[in-house]
Every structure is written in structure tokens, then in C-alpha cells.
Design a protein around this ligand. Structure first.
Ligand code: ADP
Ligand code: MG
Length: 320
């Protein structure tokens, strides 16, 4: 198979016709810029994430379609975390020199399938080849709903705290195929006043810490037996001799949502959850700073698990 030569016309022509589009696209792939139309009065949400070979994925553990899928999925998860509707994406790719045209198309197909599933248009990008490893960076533009974006900063003491799915152990493979919780976020946003929300990319303890810090230095009490633990967390814990709960609290890349609502809204949600939305009420927001765990006997102790922090890993760069 031919190696990619930079500037090859076919490369873009191979993906142009089949790329996901929608009725917001006035100009898509093929011109100097894309042009989009947003709903009058909507805030435009913009987010970007970069995945680097050797850092966020290993080529012998992930296929090119999986890498393309994940690169878009993590961005869509950020739009979900604001309770936004994703509209369009642009893609910047640095390909290793030896990569084939079919390899590039595979990368594109992985993200294109996910884009179609969520009605997101792929409207442009930039493609380069170099002597280094594969790097892919996607920028997604979305739109807030009429109720506005949900921020990290709106939690209040007394709020109930929820997550949308079981946590931990995603490195066993789940991290490659997260399903962005777009529909769940929009459904929740329609039903209740979401005070604060974040997507769980760096582990529950760490990401909840962001909500607490942004909300003015609050704290939280988590009910240990209410935290949904993924079967993968049990498997990893067996392998490394730690506890499944520690994995649920500390592992990254669950890509579930974590949000807070008033206690009255919490009761309403649990009494009639929006269709298709899994809900776990795991604790409450407190005025006293810090994250604490309440064990089944009612004893409360500080949570010792931190989130996964890319920057804390020496030598290999990091993800802010
Ligand atoms: P320019 O030199 O004007 O930036 P390019 O040759 O880089 O044009 O790109 C041609 C067209 O293909 C542009 O519309 C660009 O947005 C799009 N494009 C380039 N790479 C990608 C990609 N990986 N995915 C989607 N669209 C791409
Ligand atoms: Mg270009």
C-alpha cells in the first residue's frame, strides 16, 4: 500500500463525500474554512482534546478506527458535561510517515461512525505526515440548550450528588470505546435544574474535586456502598490486590457524568428517571471542604484516593 505523501489530493477526496454532515453546515470539507449556522441566541460551546501515541494510546493495543473513535468521543463527552448539543468537529492529524492511505481512512471511519450516531458534522481539518508518532487533535463546536450551559461551579451545600454509570477499571479496554452521555445530559437538563456537572475523565475523586473547587471550596460526603463499581474494577483489583472501590474512585476515563441537583430534584429524578438514563445517587455536597467517605456502618473518614493526573506522571508530558 502506498505511503501517504503530504498534500495528496486523494486523501481528502477519499473521506470527503462520506463524512458526517447536518443541516447546520453551509460549507464543509474542501474549502479554506467551513461555515456553520448556529441557532440565534445560543452560546457556542468549543472544546478541544489531543491524543498522542505513547501517551494516551499504544498502537499495539488500539486500532486506528478505535483511536479515531476515542478522539471524537472524549470531545463529545466535554460537550455532554455542559449539557450541550454537539454540532460540528474539525480534526488535526499528524500521521507517522509510514502510514498508509487505508490507515488514514480507518482513523477517519472510526470518528465518522460516532459523528453520524450523534448527528455531528465533520467539517474540516488539517493532515500532515512526519517522522514522529500519531497525534490527533479534534475540536468540537456545540450549542447550549435554551437553559444555558451547565458549569462546574454551581454546586451548593446540601445538593445531592449523582453519577450516570458504574466506575473503575476502564484501562482493561473500555477507555477505547466510551459512549458520550450527550442524550443523558440533555434529558436530565430538560427535567431538572442541574447545578453543576463534569464528565469523569480523570477519576471520580479528582473530577468531583474540580466541582468542589470551582463551586467555592465546598466538600462532599460519598456513601461508599452507593458508588457503582464496574465489573472491570473488580477484575483489576483482583490483579493488583487493591480494592475495587479505590479503582472506582481513582481510575480515569469512565466518561460518565457526575452532577449535583437540589435534594427535591434528586427525589424527583429517582422517582421517574428520564428514559434510558442510569442514575446513582452517591452522596451529598457539604460546606466543609474535602471529600469524605461514609462506610456502611456510618463512619466517616477522609477519602485518600486522588484522581488520575496526567501531569503527575513523570517524563512523558501531560494533559492539562
Ligand atoms: P488548506 O491548505 O487550505 O488548509 P488542506 O489541503 O489542508 O487545505 O485541506 C483541504 C480541505 O480538507 C480543507 O477543507 C480541510 O478542512 C479538509 N481537511 C484536511 N484534513 C482533514 C481531515 N483529517 N479531516 C477532515 N477534513 C480535512
Ligand atoms: Mg490545511
Amino acid at each position: 500500500m502506498a505511503e501517504i505523501r503530504l498534500g495528496e489530493f486523494d486523501l481528502i477526496e477519499r473521506i470527503r463525500a462520506g463524512s458526517a454532515s447536518n443541516d447546520r453546515v453551509l460549507i464543509g470539507i474542501g474549502d479554506d474554512c467551513a461555515a456553520l449556522r448556529f441557532r440565534a441566541g445560543a452560546e457556542v460551546l468549543v472544546t478541544t482534546d489531543m491524543l498522542m501515541e505513547g501517551r494516551h494510546f499504544l498502537r499495539d493495543r488500539a486500532t486506528l478506527p478505535e483511536i479515531g473513535y476515542k478522539a471524537l468521543a472524549v470531545n463529545l463527552s466535554d460537550i455532554a458535561a455542559m449539557a450541550g448539543q454537539p454540532i460540528a468537529a474539525v480534526v488535526a492529524v499528524a500521521l507517522p510517515k509510514g502510514e498508509t492511505l487505508d490507515g488514514f481512512v480507518g482513523l477517519h471511519n472510526g470518528m465518522n461512525a460516532l459523528a453520524k450516531r450523534f448527528g455531528v458534522a465533520l467539517v474540516g481539518g488539517d493532515t500532515n505526515a512526519w517522522d514522529g508518532p500519531l497525534i490527533i487533535s479534534i475540536t468540537v463546536m456545540g450549542e447550549s440548550t435554551g437553559r444555558g450551559p451547565v458549569r462546574r461551579s454551581g454546586a451548593k451545600p446540601g445538593d445531592a450528588l449523582f453519577v450516570t454509570g458504574p466506575l473503575g477499571g476502564s484501562l482493561l479496554g473500555r477507555h477505547l470505546r466510551p459512549l458520550p452521555r450527550i442524550e443523558e445530559a440533555l434529558a436530565l437538563h430538560r427535567e431538572v435544574d442541574l447545578h453543576a456537572m463534569i464528565d469523569l475523565s480523570d477519576g471520580l475523586a479528582g473530577d468531583l474535586g474540580h466541582i468542589l473547587a470551582e463551586s467555592g471550596g465546598l466538600g462532599a460526603i460519598l456513601n461508599a456502598d452507593a458508588i457503582p463499581i464496574h465489573p472491570d474494577a473488580h477484575r483489576v483489583a483482583k490483579q493488583d490486590g487493591t480494592s475495587p472501590l479505590d479503582h472506582a474512585l481513582g481510575d480515569g476515563e469512565d466518561f460518565e457524568l457526575c452532577f449535583t441537583v437540589s435534594p427535591a430534584d434528586a427525589d424527583r429524578l429517582l422517582a421517574s428517571p428520564p428514559p434510558g438514563v442510569s442514575l446513582y445517587r452517591i452522596g451529598s455536597i457539604e460546606a466543609e471542604p474535602g471529600i469524605r467517605l461514609r462506610d456502611p456502618d456510618g463512619r466517616v473518614a477522609p477519602c485518600s484516593v486522588g484522581g488520575f493526573d496526567h501531569l503527575a506522571q513523570p517524563k512523558s508530558g501531560g494533559n492539562l
